[in-house]
Design a protein around this ligand. Structure first.
Ligand SMILES: [Zn+2]
Length: 261
């Protein structure tokens, strides 16, 4: 790939950096930083803002505005529990933000199959690649999670951090990101690996990285309910975390396709 072709990726990430960092931080603070650190800081800042704003709004809606409607008043978590979830999430957020920053760095340097414009491949090829991306990432995230349960050391030292929240009054919208740093990194890896298997439109990759976290394709449970109850967009998350019988993942709603592989 030519230098000017790759420059298009850098221009796109620089634009995102200006939009996010320029809106919340003084220019003198972030502009002197190397491009990679700017991108990491943009991911960290945007991720933290979205985490707090979305979680707070959900808390307001289900615990206060709809008091005792969706969540029984005895199941509302204590402030101490919520602060603990925020503490665990904030410890991991810098590491979660590193994965997309590294991914962007690789793309910007031509070490991927990404392309900057849909016209580079045509709409038909673009649509097929997006389909392949979604299937691969969905499969990848499923298997990462399943391995985190099936391989005991992975569960004990990494994934158990997330399953501390295993009672109804211990989940909240702030719990979705309360993961061990390696847990979040492992779950993000399929989004990086796919860039070496399927030609992917760069902007779509960034959008899908965000949207797949909020996917709604497994379950008959409504997406907003799981987002509201535990801050996680994966629809089976609430039952998976609360009910120990479901930890094996084999009985979860809608996962039959992957379980049969
Ligand atoms: Zn799990």
């Amino acid at each position: 790939m030519g230098q000017s072709y790759m420059q298009m990726f850098v221009e796109e990430t620089s634009f995102s950096n200006r939009m996010v960092l320029g809106a919340v931080l003084p220019t003198s603070f972030w502009q002197p930083l190397p491009h990679f650190l700017q991108s990491w800081l943009r991911n960290y800042t945007a991720g933290t803002l979205i985490y707090f704003v979305a979680s707070f709004l959900w808390c307001f809606y289900i615990y206060y505005y709809k008091f005792n409607v969706y969540v029984h008043k005895d199941a509302i978590p204590s402030i101490k529990t919520i602060f603990m979830q925020i503490y665990v999430s904030m410890k991991s957020m810098p590491w979660f933000s590193l994965v997309p920053a590294i991914s962007e760095y690789l793309v910007e340097n031509g070490w991927s199959m990404c392309f900057p414009r849909i016209s580079d491949v045509g709409w038909l090829s673009y649509a097929r690649n997006v389909g392949l991306y979604c299937v691969f990432v969905e499969l990848g995230v499923y298997w990462v999670h399943r391995m985190c349960h099936d391989i005991r050391p992975l569960y004990k030292y990494i994934h158990a951090t997330h399953h501390v929240y295993n009672k109804q009054n211990m989940v909240s919208p702030f719990a979705g990101m309360a993961l061990h740093p390696l847990d979040g990194i492992l779950n993000s890896l399929p989004h990086m690996v796919i860039l070496y298997i399927v030609p992917t439109h760069f902007t779509t990759h960034i959008l899908l990285m965000f949207l797949v976290l909020m996917d709604n394709k497994h379950s008959r449970q409504r997406k907003w309910e799981t987002l509201a109850f535990n801050g996680c967009g994966v629809p089976y998350c609430t039952s998976h975390n609360i009910s120990s019988q479901l930890w094996s993942l084999y009985n979860l709603d809608g996962l039959d396709v992957w379980n049969s592989l």
